[in-house]
Design a binder for this molecule. Structure first.
Ligand code: ZN
Ligand code: ZN
Length: 543
């Protein structure tokens, strides 16, 4: 008996120290980012979902109910990058979608790269790469770990939704070029020409087939989880008077950028799924011992949210349709990779706020911030104070960038200008808080908005004074939803893990976006991404 006990103890201890082997690893990791998905879409639409999509992932997988972004700004470029790199803009350097690059004295786009050539198009939409992302993604780590044998494929309608997650070593990242072309494209960063299967997909009429009527999936009278179909808070499409169902896309396409119209509807997500399934098959993802990665991002949910608002029937319909896409993806993976051979995680790149004009109409504090007139006022103030009009280089993304040479010449200490401007900004309407470079470099914020600003502050790339708008105040049109803040409507997102190596359960413990990539590393037994700051969510790992 005693011997048996000792044996069991030894066996147990050995097991604890056993390394993850290829038999333990999923053959394929599918990382899904849903663009602009608030956490409460899961609860709001729960009773409307089928059994095989979101519900299957939650009912069989692990659901993090209190999952958040830990930085400002909650935008698409930073969001996708943070999910896949396990760190925030402070380290990965993607501080916004577009930002003022002080070293080149111009605005730059997070994925744009003048040094590469478009592939599959002649449009500059193909001049893209991840070169501005300063760190590795977990997919990069898998490539390194497998001596480049495990594949990585990135897919999204948006270039940044595909390129940044897939990382620097991706076999391919594909994104959709709408306009008059309607094709999935890439750049010379990845390859010289599109593989045959992508050309075949582009030459098929799949994209074209979505020029059809967008009506609600189910009877609109049953859509009780969203606001009225006709209201004052929606944008809509050119060529149609009211933002209400049905939308005849064939009739509307000429006035709405041809193929760019498809991606403004849930059909853009359907098209993304069609392409993803074609990729799994043609690239033989999940077929051998080395783990492959599919970085998948569904972008159309974001476009529908921006146009119609998070409380719209259009958004509800987009999620009921996405639920079906998800079910189809899981069925396909079961069949082609095998149930129990793959792992899926699903999260978002940011949430989204209710339309501020709608909130105002129901007496909730909210409003709009006119960035243009604010910029003028601030510049006038600085001129009046110092008699110079060259002290500020740029004001963008709620950040003020100083002209260091001009400050030097005028012998004005940067701290003095910081303080003057911060005090002035704080006196303005609809401003919640202000932070200066000196503050962010000199102290460590442990909680609240200060911590989020600090995590979003890249010492090298960010500005010198950063301001925060009041809750529910946005710099946006008075129709449709916006995101970008550090408030819960923008930071609270879903995180569900499902499949091989994942326990069933849920938790209300807080998790953060930076935890996702280290968790995937732990699942695979590979290195964390270069600058990861998150912690693995061991609570849901089988081993
Ligand atoms: Zn987004
Ligand atoms: Zn957006």
């Amino acid at each position: 008996m005693k011997k048996l006990l000792i044996f069991l103890i030894i066996a147990f201890t050995m097991n604890l120290h056993a390394q993850i082997t290829s038999a333990d690893r999923p053959k394929l990791v599918v990382g899904i980012v849903v663009d602009q998905m608030r956490y409460d879409y899961l609860s709001r639409f729960w009773n409307r979902f089928g059994e095989d999509g979101f519900k299957r992932m939650v009912n069989e997988g692990y659901n993090f109910e209190n999952h958040h972004f830990n930085y400002v700004p909650t935008l698409t470029g930073p969001g996708h990058t943070s999910v896949w790199t396990g760190t925030s803009p402070m380290n990965h350097g993607i501080i916004s979608n577009n930002w003022y690059n002080k070293f080149e004295d111009k605005m730059v786009y997070c994925a744009a790269d003048e040094s590469v050539e478009p592939v599959g198009t002649t449009s500059s939409a193909g001049k893209m790469s991840p070169h501005r992302m300063k760190v590795t993604t977990v997919a990069d780590q898998n490539r390194l770990h497998t001596q480049m044998c495990g594949k990585t494929i990135g897919i999204s309608i948006k270039d940044r939704g595909s390129i940044l997650p897939a990382g620097h070593t991706a076999n391919a990242a594909y994104w959709f070029h709408g306009a008059d072309e309607g094709k999935f494209i890439t750049s010379s960063f990845y390859m010289k020409e599109l593989p045959q299967w992508v050309q075949d997909f582009n030459n098929s009429n799949v994209a074209e087939s979505y020029f059809k009527t967008w009506n609600t999936l189910e009877n609109i009278s049953t859509y009780k989880e969203s606001g009225l179909d006709v209201n004052n808070f929606e944008g809509g499409f050119r060529g149609k008077n009211s933002a209400s169902f049905p939308y005849d896309l064939k009739q509307l396409k000429a006035q709405n950028g041809n193929f760019d119209l498809i991606v403004q509807t849930p059909f853009g997500n359907d098209l993304t799924l069609d392409f993803a399934l074609a990729a799994i098959k043609a690239e033989e993802l999940g077929k051998d011992e080395d783990t492959d990665f599919l970085a998948l991002s569904f972008s159309s949910t974001d476009k529908v949210g921006h146009n119609f608002g998070v409380n719209s029937k259009e958004v509800e319909d987009a999620y009921l349709r996405l639920d079906k896409d998800l079910a189809e993806l899981l069925r396909y993976l079961d069949k082609n990779v095998g149930e129990g051979n793959y792992t899926v995680f699903l999260s978002a790149d940011h949430g989204g706020g209710d339309v501020s004009a709608y909130l105002e109409s129901v007496k909730i504090p909210a409003g709009y911030f006119d960035s243009k007139s604010f910029t003028e006022k601030l510049k006038t103030f600085v001129f009046q104070e110092y008699g110079k009009n060259n002290l500020i280089k740029n004001i963008s993304n709620d950040q003020v960038f100083f002209n260091y040479e001009a400050l030097d010449e005028a012998e004005i200490p940067t701290e003095a200008l910081e303080e003057k401007i911060a005090h002035y900004i704080l006196q303005q309407d609809r401003i919640h808080m202000v932070f200066t470079r000196s503050q962010l470099e000199g102290s460590s914020f442990q909680h609240g908005i200060g911590e989020l600003i600090q995590n979003g502050f890249n010492q090298k790339r960010s500005g010198d004074v950063i301001f925060v708008l009041d809750p529910a105040v946005v710099s946006y049109s008075e129709t449709g939803s916006m995101h970008g803040s550090g408030f819960p409507y923008d930071t609270h997102a879903p995180l569900i893990f499902f499949g091989k190596g994942i326990k069933h359960g849920s938790t209300t413990q807080r998790s953060e976006v930076i935890d996702i990539a280290p968790t995937v590393s732990a699942l695979l037994g590979i290195s964390f991404p270069d600058a990861a700051t998150g912690k693995p969510l061991y609570i849901m790992l089988d081993n």
